[in-house]
Ligand binder design. Structure first.
Ligand SMILES: [Fe+2]
Ligand SMILES: [Fe+2]
Length: 322
């Protein structure tokens, strides 16, 4: 492989991210209002983002069940974050120890901050789960396996960096959208907001790495064009399609017994389409900009039912350039 090059401006940008990480860091004991009394009735996400919102199931659930659903859907993400952030830390530290990124000392320096931040994040999520007495739901295999399947030590690990940022970016958009409401617990809001401050830097770093190197690493673009839509569909449906959460909430109305119909309804609802669009639009704009979305690969976006979001972005661009 030809020697990879990071531009001078990218180098400066990454140095600045390291400086910001040094300046302000999340603290496990002082960054959140942990003294918030435990309240069984606390809402952990906005109602409009519940998987069953806008479907017949919403009206069939009791208020207590809706609160429990909000708790387990948010807790499902917290548990997924813990698994994912532990994996990222382990994998990135391995890369550093294997000298896999030694050609970019600025990147290695930033990755140390990155890993340290992820260690604190996963401790915060664990503490939040204990605070709200959330038994972790089963984390999907999809999240657990992805470094095993997609990361190697031999080649330049751009694919792993890419997958990491799209997971982080998607998860952050999702978390920030979930808390937009006054009645959501202030502690749950702080967990998301404080996390978002540091993740914004992780995402900025990953975006920069991908846009600088995507055309330099052989085969990367073609592979990314093929797997990205399906990968994101799996990700965005993770919590809405989680049977473990459904069992934990334990809805009393018999209509919830027909699991197949339930998932068919919530995964294809109009509200789900709205949520997917709000979460994905900024990410897809980046894909269009750097060419991960390419018209020749449109079938993959149609198959993953993301074409309506892409079309909207392309339409807006057309209007902007006229
Ligand atoms: Fe994190
Ligand atoms: Fe992160």
């Amino acid at each position: 492989m030809k020697e990879l090059v990071l531009s001078e401006s990218a180098d400066k940008f990454i140095k600045r991210l390291s400086k910001l990480s040094e300046k302000k860091q999340m603290n496990l004991t002082t960054s959140h209002p942990w003294d918030e009394p435990y309240n069984e009735k606390a809402w952990l996400k906005r109602k409009e983002n519940l998987s069953i919102y806008g479907t017949k199931y919403y009206d069939l659930a009791t208020e207590e069940e809706l609160i429990r659903l909000a708790k387990y859907e948010t807790g499902g993400w917290w548990a997924a974050f813990i698994t994912f952030e532990n994996l990222v830390t382990e994998y990135y530290m391995k890369l550093i120890n294997h000298q896999a990124l030694a050609q970019f000392p600025t990147v290695v320096e930033y990755m140390h901050h990155f890993c340290k931040e992820e260690i604190v994040h996963s401790m915060v999520f664990r503490k939040a789960m204990e605070h709200f007495k959330i038994e972790p739901a089963e984390v999907s295999e999809f999240i657990k396996d992805f470094y095993q399947d997609n990361a190697s030590m031999e080649e330049f690990p751009l694919k792993a960096i890419y997958l990491t940022i799209i997971i982080e970016w998607f998860a952050e958009n999702n978390a920030m959208l979930d808390l937009q409401n006054d009645f959501v617990s202030p502690l749950a809001c702080a967990v998301a907001i404080e996390h978002n401050k540091e993740e914004t830097r992780h995402i900025a770093w990953g975006k920069r790495m991908v846009s600088e190197l995507c055309h330099q690493v052989p085969g990367f673009m073609q592979e990314a064009r093929e797997f990205t839509p399906g990968f994101l569909r799996g990700l965005v449906d993770t919590i809405f399609g989680n049977i473990d959460i459904l069992e934990k909430v334990n809805f009393s109305n018999p209509a919830f017994q027909d699991i197949e119909e339930f998932f068919e309804t919530v995964l294809f609802s109009e509200n789900k389409k709205r949520i997917d669009k709000e979460i994905m639009t900024p990410i897809f704009e980046f894909f269009v900009e750097i060419g991960i979305y390419h018209p020749d690969y449109r079938a993959y976006w149609e198959e993953s039912r993301f074409d309506y979001i892409i079309d909207d972005i392309l339409e807006k661009q057309k209007v902007a350039t006229v």
